[in-house]
Write a protein that binds this ligand. Sequence first.
Ligand code: AMP
Length: 217
Amino acid sequence: MKVHILLGPPGCGKGTQAKRLVEKRSLIHLSTGDILRDAVSKGTEVGLRAKALMASGKLVDDSTVNGIVFARLQDETGDVLFDGYPRTLFQAESLQTFLSAQGIALGYVMDIEVPWQELEARVVNRRVCSNNACGAIYNLNSKPPKVEGICDLCGGSLKHRADDTSEAFQSRMVEFNKTFQPLQAFYQGMPHYRSVDGSRPPEQIHDQLVQLFQEQA
Ligand code: AMP
């Protein structure tokens, strides 16, 4: 079992790339954002704690997120692709300790870098399929659905995430800037760290990531 990580700011394409990569490789996609949104919609204890923080673009506390992740890792046997985790140095160090204790290897850390000016437009124009089993991601400018408001893949209704407003985006970027540099520095020294140019079309990024995994095979 191995754990791979997609790093990068909100709107860099982590979710899109993760969804495409798991279709090609046998990987389990673990998005802490998706898990937390599900908890919010079900009104669980974690969801109630996370709701207001998420809507305002703040991070959920490390111990809650680590708890969710470690419980999931204990249940999995296949290779995992993280999207949106770790997000702080503390999460990264805790994950590393957990992996070492469990004898799980750290695979690729793919750091998707996008000029900051591009990110806000991507986020405010993002629409996602409300059917969790599908979760397809659209962009009103670069990848609009064929029929407005309807998912091309499953016919589900498309929604605008509560934290994809311009205001919440600014707050998410403040959080990102506070936490990202030490997190990035932690992984930059690792043998399987790769910086990925995320300003290119999604297809090109996908091809690069698939090639990376082929090299490893
Ligand atoms: P995402 O879908 O990855 O953009 O995450 C949406 C929101 O969920 C974030 O803005 C945070 O409020 C919360 N969240 C997701 N992953 C984490 C994490 N690893 N640590 C703390 N909060 C998280």
